[in-house]
Design a protein around this ligand. Structure first.
Ligand code: AMP
Ligand code: GLY
Length: 424
């Protein structure tokens, strides 16, 4: 069996590692992959700006049994459609379903039409109309660029000036086409929580919950990032909240099906746990990064079997099993991330870190330089992941491993999982 993983982050390294551990013993290819995937799979260059390149790549390597798409952009651009047309199974939704992440207004309309709990919102195509609505609505308000904006398109505005500035930013082209439509939405309050689920378009199987840490610095200070760490399980999510979030994901998949859209892959719900129950903040159409790095290690069921069941539409026949152990991942980032940072810094200590019991170091932004040395190649560089019987032990192991790694400018949060342990 041959499987191609699309993407180059820690998420893709975790996916590739789990695929490699499968009883099917697949040959794994990663495109483009990173310094970590190179050790367990065959990295192949690909330009993901055009999803047709993925189909060409599959042909060039003589065909694969499955393509697993890590990031959202190729899905929104229709890579799953192109693969399906070429007869290649793809784990990841087709373009019409990927609109759940590709257009915030598409997702919002679907939710409002089907009574799926979310914040009330309106859509605007010019600054005058948005400004008039804002003046009437007042602050706080949440301003969202409709399309994909690499995690930068959302502003939670506590005052009118911030909101107006965010609206201006969208319409002045800061996010390209993604900002041509702006969604203004009511602010929700409460703790945030994500729930990811596998779905074949009919059956929805929730994963164990995971909690991301989005801000760059301790105590949730500094700018938002792609995620600085995560843990699972999440003590704040009790069984009834988990069930409510699962029901919301089920209703979402069913609502799409009513429109003739079959969603296959991972559906990621970002929720606000409000006083009135969980409400959807956003959907992602793929594994979270770094959530995947704590969820996938807890999956006992063979990941290849799960992915094949998703693409075959037979997920109902495959009961998923999860390990009781807890998992934590600490992201080691380049100094300056998420703004300007330097690349090419030599990394040391990964082997010593991986020698800590239960620790796996997933690579996020690494590469080999011309001398063959491992160097930094991105904002998020490594995800130091530990699995242990309890969250407290997993946290200790992860930070013991972190202490063994160094590269110039290395930055990480020291408080990943702290809130979970304090009982909050
Ligand atoms: P996104 O870039 O879509 O992941 O959204 C980024 C973050 O914006 C979310 O994780 C929330 O913290 C925040 N957010 C989005 N929508 C709302 C909302 N309606 N109320 C409060 N916070 C929100
Ligand atoms: N960690 C958040 C995301 O993957 O979107």
């Amino acid at each position: 069996m041959r499987i191609l993983v699309i993407g180059s982050g820690g998420r893709e390294h975790a996916i590739a590692a789990a695929l490699r551990a499968s009883r099917h013993a697949p040959e794994v290819y990663c495109a483009p992959g990173n310094g970590g995937t190179a050790e367990i799979a065959t990295n192949l260059p690909v330009d993901l700006d055009d999803p047709a390149n993925v189909v060409d790549l599959v042909r060039r390597i003589g065909g694969v049994d499955l393509v697993v798409v890590g990031p959202e952009a190729p899905l929104v651009m229709g890579v799953a459609n192109l693969l399906a047309a070429a007869g290649i199974p793809c784990f990841g939704p087709k373009a019409a379903a990927a609109e759940l992440e590709g257009s915030k207004w598409f997702a919002k309309q679907l939710m409002l039409e089907h009574g799926i709990p979310t914040a009330p919102a309106e859509m605007f195509e010019n600054r005058e109309a948005a400004g008039a609505y804002l003046a009437n609505h007042g602050a706080p308000i949440v301003v969202k660029a409709d399309g994909l904006a690499a995690g930068k398109g959302v502003t939670v505005a506590r005052d009118l000036e911030t909101a107006m500035h965010a609206i201006e930013e969208c319409f002045s082209g800061a996010f390209g086409e993604a900002g041509e439509v702006v969604v203004l939405e009511d602010l929700l309050e409460g703790p945030e929580c994500s729930l990811l689920a596998f779905t074949d378009g009919t059956t929805v199987v929730p994963m164990v919950p995971a909690q991301d840490h989005k801000r760059v610095n301790d105590n949730d200070e500094g700018p938002n990032t792609g995620g600085m760490g995560a843990y699972s399980p999440v003590p704040a999510v009790d069984d009834s909240t988990h069930a409510e979030m699962t029901a919301i994901l089920e209703r979402t998949v069913a609502a799409l099906r009513e429109r003739g859209i079959v969603y296959q892959g991972v559906l990621y719900g970002g929720f606000m746990l409000t006083a009135e129950g969980p409400k959807v903040l956003e959907f992602n159409v793929r594994f979270g990064d770094p959530e995947a790095q704590v969820v996938i290690p807890r999956l006992k069921t063979d990941l290849v079997d799960v992915m094949l069941a998703v693409t075959a539409g037979t997920l109902a026949d495959l009961p998923l099993e999860w390990r009781d152990e807890a998992a934590i991942t600490v992201v080691l980032a380049s100094g300056g991330y998420p703004e300007h940072y330097e690349k090419g810094k030599p990394i040391s200590g990964i082997e010593a870190a991986a020698a800590v019991p239960g620790v796996t170091v997933y690579h996020a932004g690494t590469a080999r330089n011309e001398d063959g040395a491992l160097v930094t190649a991105g904002g998020r560089v490594l995800d130091v992941t530990a699995v242990a019987p309890t969250l407290a032990e997993a946290r200790d192991r992860a930070y013991e491993a972190v202490a063994r790694i160094s590269f110039p400018g290395m930055h990480y949060r020291t408080d990943i999982g702290v809130r979970a342990l304090s009982g909050a």
